[in-house]
Design a protein around this ligand. Structure first.
Ligand SMILES: C[S@@+](CC[C@H](N)C(=O)[O-])C[C@H]1O[C@@H](n2cnc3c(N)ncnc32)[C@H](O)[C@@H]1O
Length: 453
């Protein structure tokens, strides 16, 4: 039986939900990153576990016709992309299959139709947000790049092929300016040093950007001057901020953020709606595909202007505001306080006055809204984080049984689990995947649920 270091030959059958191809060797499941189903490959076993193994491709014996050269020179090392080895059209087919298989396996949904994935017209340079770790080279100069897969080793890299070019430009200029100063980078082993991360966010439709320096300590007297230089050299940069993260943690941003120069937000558009986004607010990373995502939500919500809508997990109010013109009232619920402030500002920016935003956890605020405030939602839109809906929220849904639910999910596994819980009370006819994350295994789904009780 295969052991670590062994070379084996196998045929790859499917793509797993983590983007690795899967084959079997004498009954043993072998995960093969960068493989394509249908290919015959020679792999070296790198990680042998009791029930499965992970192998590295050493030779492609029969390549798939859709195989292509990855665009990025550090593909496979970086870990940010998983599917650059295959044609974009094949990525979409596999994502559709992964959604279908996951719904069947976890939710028992054999009958539900999974539509073709709505693909991106531009499957490269689409990301509007990047978080760069900072490190230093042998000469002590500040560098940025990416964490080598599975480590916290910063590998320098100048050009990410899925990030918007303005992000790459800002990162390069920032590093060159930082190296004119005598600054230390954070060392997570000793918990010393100042500079931890750079976070860059850009408005794809406006070309505006925001730069956030994440530091271990507040003391950073040079930052005023650095911000001034950066904003002079890059006019698209509308604001520079400092976020202080003094904790020993993998979480990138700390709780406290200071405005150093310019605005504490940037502007972007989804369709004709204008959004101001501040550093701690969630905004979908693929702005252009988000318009297609929200149009699918609009289609499934099917509003007539008379409905009470709840936008649960509303972030900066994005979906609720997008649909507000077609509803009587929209209630948004979101746990991040500054996102609620953004949501209120965004409603005002768009001349919308039928949205009410509530700060708090959906599991606490949704029951309050339906019990104490006696709101009877016609439609609830759920757009939770990857972990999906919690037990309390699920209990509220089963008690209230809103006539319609539109569930937006970035994780097919938790989507399938949650749909299974409520499928007895709802008709679920189709699932619409939308590709917000080309070149990666991630996929977004929208599902319409109509009450049948
Ligand atoms: C996937 S994002 C969706 C945001 C928004 N619907 C959009 O399209 O931009 C999920 C949001 O839920 C928020 N969140 C996470 N857990 C929450 C909870 N328990 N209650 C309320 N909001 C939560 C996050 O801060 C984030 O803004």
């Amino acid at each position: 039986m295969a052991a670590n270091g062994d070379l084996i030959e196998l045929k790859l059958d499917t793509l797993g939900h983590g983007g690795e191809a899967i084959g079997r060797y004498r009954g043993l499941v072998v995960f093969v990153p960068e493989g394509i189903p249908g290919e015959k490959v020679r792999v070296k076993i790198k990680e042998r576990k009791k029930n499965y193994a992970r192998g590295e491709i050493k030779e492609i014996l029969t390549p798939a016709p859709e195989r292509k050269e990855p665009e990025c020179e550090v593909f496979g090392l970086c870990g940010g992309c998983h599917l650059q080895q295959m044609d974009y059209s094949l990525q979409l087919l596999h994502k559709q299959k992964i959604v279908k298989d996951t719904l069947e396996r976890i939710g028992g949904f054999e009958e539900v139709r999974v539509n073709e994935v709505i693909g991106a017209d531009h499957p490269w340079i689409y990301r509007n947000k990047a978080q760069f770790p900072l490190g230093s080279d042998n000469e002590g100069r500040v560098i940025t790049g990416f964490y080598q897969k599975g480590t916290h080793q910063v590998v320098p890299h100048r050009q990410c092929v899925i990030q918007h070019p303005l992000i790459n430009r800002i990162a390069r200029k920032t590093i060159s300016i930082l190296n004119n100063y005598d600054l230390t980078v954070y060392d997570e082993k000793t918990h010393t040093g100042l500079l931890r991360h750079l976070v860059v966010r850009v408005g794809i439709c406006t070309n505006q950007a925001l730069l956030i320096f994440v530091t271990r300590d507040k003391k950073f007297k040079e930052l005023q001057e650095i911000a001034r230089k950066l904003m002079t050299e890059i006019p698209e940069l509308k604001g520079v901020l400092q976020n202080i993260n003094p904790r020993r943690t993998n979480v990138i941003m700390g709780d406290k953020t200071l405005l150093i120069k310019g605005n504490d937000y940037y502007i972007d558009y989804i369709g004709s709606i204008r959004y101001a986004i501040s550093p701690h607010s969630f905004f979908q990373v693929n702005t252009l595909q988000t318009e297609r995502l929200y149009n699918t939500v609009r289609k499934y919500a099917g509003l007539s202007g008379q409905e009470t809508v709840v936008d649960a997990y509303c972030g900066a109010g994005s979906i609720g505001i997008y649909l507000a013109g077609e509803a009587r009232t929209v209630y948004g619920i979101e746990v991040v306080g500054s996102a609620i402030e953004d949501a209120e500002r965004n409603a005002a920016l768009n001349g919308i006055n039928n949205c009410i935003f509530i700060k708090g956890k959906v599991e606490d605020k949704l029951p309050e809204l339906v019990d104490k405030k006696k709101i009877k939602p016609d439609v609830i839109i759920f757009d939770p984080p990857r972990k999906g809906l919690d037990k309390e929220t699920m209990a509220t849904v089963l008690e209230v049984l809103p006539p319609k639910i539109v569930y937006v999910s970035c994780n097919p596994a938790t989507l399938a689990r949650d749909l299974k819980e409520i499928k007895a009370c709802y008709d679920i006819n189709e699932v619409q995947p939308v590709d917000l994350f080309p070149q990666t295994y991630h996929v977004e789904c929208v599902v319409k649920l109509e009450s049948n009780v």
